[in-house]
Design a protein around this ligand. Structure first.
Ligand SMILES: Nc1nc2c(c(=O)[nH]1)N[C@H]1C(S)=C(S)[C@@H](COP(=O)(O)O)O[C@H]1N2
Ligand SMILES: [Mo]
Length: 462
């Protein structure tokens, strides 16, 4: 679709056609909820979301607009649907990743949004009208929280697996920042949404093409009410366009895919997006971001599941093809960055890195300077522990000898689960995470093996 075409399509057309689409599929989902949503959007005097010209240059606005951030990333897929990694290894020896270097994973061009006109719909409220939340209400009518959050894409480190969809991808789809926003629970409470066990919140982004499929993720209410935010700031400034301006969902400790950017709608439901009635919404929940063994053609769709980290899903007999929810334990070395390094005058080298474990805590990190033969325990340092962020660790390498060394880190979570040492081969059809191996899957998702099998360090002899 050319930019001109989409620009000339009026907002009204856009929402009328979306309403028609929804009405056509509405029978089984409660047509009233959908009709209400569509109708509100097509009324002339209602603030209307405006999404124009995918890929258009985003002009920084005078006040309250998105900041003009000069992204500095290692490009994996260029714009308009940008995938860019945090550059190099150094950012993994600091607690906060600079916004310029915070990774970007976009499936579509960045939508150009006017925050002053933007509303987020809240639908699926039983026996109640749908709600249109303005940015002003979201920012000023509820408590405000700031959380340090480590975000990682499901495809991070996929390039370490042979023959995967995301071949060549490094370990840089991983960054940490502060997000500021409104706890989702405060809004759901205000509107009496059913947040009981077994309920889900489906979040929809505004970046998908007209007519769908819509970029949508369903997150269980038990997670939503625990610690999720509707974030409008990142690192103390409005969200940059690439990161979801003006508003995104932030699901701490879970894979980035769940943290819907350019949030347009939240729908309360008693299952995930599933089945024919949600056909235009299921692609990123039921089709992609699933665990597929060698030779498996498609994943088995499920209405709901009740364990969320990849480790537990793989161990469960009830989840044949795990979903991209909670992250497992993993670590990365930030220093030495590789290549030549000289010991300090005292004759030591400080190995520094980061470790995280989804909703679990990191219990310990061990470091090996001989490729995994022998290990020594690292110590944590840096800011007081933040439940949703990685932890910095340091290990003092005593008396490093000249020559080449393979430095490896291995984190363990508070359930005593370790990072696996290597990845399995496709034809092993391994379907659990063990201490030895991470199971190969077609896309290469969720690889938490030693990363990336260590850093090669050379110590000169003079
Ligand atoms: N609307 C929307 N939300 C989205 C995405 C997207 O393409 N569209 N990508 C998701 C994925 S896969 C990841 S890993 C994170 C990346 O967030 P970031 O680009 O701010 O790092 O956003 C998630 N939210
Ligand atoms: Mo992702």
């Amino acid at each position: 679709m050319s930019g001109n075409n989409s620009r000339s399509q009026s907002r009204r057309d856009r929402f009328v056609s979306r309403r028609q689409l929804l009405a056509a599929s509405g029978a089984a989902i409660g047509a009233s909820a959908f009709a209400g949503w569509g109708t509100a959007r097509s009324q002339e005097n209602t603030p209307t979301n405006e999404t124009v010209t995918p890929g258009a240059a985003v002009e920084p606005e005078e006040e309250g607009g998105p900041p003009d951030v000069d992204k500095d990333l290692e490009i994996y897929t260029p714009r308009p649907a940008l995938i860019g990694e945090t550059p190099g290894r150094e950012p993994y020896s600091d607690f906060i990743t600079p916004v310029e270097e915070f990774f970007v994973r976009n499936h579509f061009p960045v939508p150009d949004i006017d925050a002053s006109q933007w509303t987020v719909s809240l639908t699926g409220l039983s026996g109640q009208e749908d709600v249109e939340l303005s940015m002003d209400e979201i920012k000023h009518s509820y408590p405000t929280e700031t959380k340090v959050v480590t975000m990682q894409c499901s495809g991070n480190s996929a390039g370490l697996l042979p023959e995967v969809e995301f071949t060549g991808l490094g370990f840089g789809l991983l960054s940490t920042t502060t997000f500021t926003g409104t706890p989702v629970s405060a809004i759901l409470e205000e509107y009496d949404a059913d947040t009981s066990q077994g309920m889900w919140l489906s979040a929809i982004g505004a970046d998908s093409p007209e007519g769908g499929p819509y970029y949508t993720r369903s997150v269980p209410m038990e997670k939503i009410t625990q610690d999720c935010l509707l974030a409008y700031e990142m690192a103390g400034r409005p969200l940059p366009p690439d990161h979801g301006y003006p508003l995104r969902l932030v699901v701490p400790g879970w894979y980035g895919v769940n943290s819907i950017k350019w949030l347009e709608r939240m729908h309360v439901m008693d299952m995930m997006v599933y089945g024919d009635e949600w056909e235009q919404y299921t692609q990123w929940q039921q089709d992609s971001y699933r665990f597929l063994r060698q030779g498996e053609e498609e994943p088995q769709d499920q209405r709901e599941i009740d364990v969320y980290d990849i480790y537990d899903q793989l161990a469960s007999d009830e989840i044949p093809n795990p979903y991209s929810f909670e992250m497992d334990v993993k670590s990365i070395i930030g220093y030495p960055t590789g290549g030549e390094v000289r010991p300090s005058p005292g004759g030591t080298i400080e190995v520094i890195g980061v470790a995280w474990a989804g909703d679990n805590e990191v219990a310990r990190v061990d470091v090996s300077t001989d490729g995994g033969e022998t290990w020594g325990e690292a110590e944590f340092f840096g800011p007081v522990e933040q439940p949703e962020a990685w932890r910095l660790f340091r290990y003092v390498w005593q008396d490093p000898q000249p020559g080449e060394h393979l430095v490896v880190s291995r984190a363990t979570d508070d359930e005593d689960r370790n990072q696996p040492a290597i990845v399995s081969q496709p034809d092993e059809r391994l379907d659990r995470i063990t201490d030895e191996k991470f199971p190969w899957n077609q896309a290469g998702y969720w690889n938490n093996a030693y990363e990336p099998h260590g850093v090669e360090v050379t110590i000169p002899s003079d």
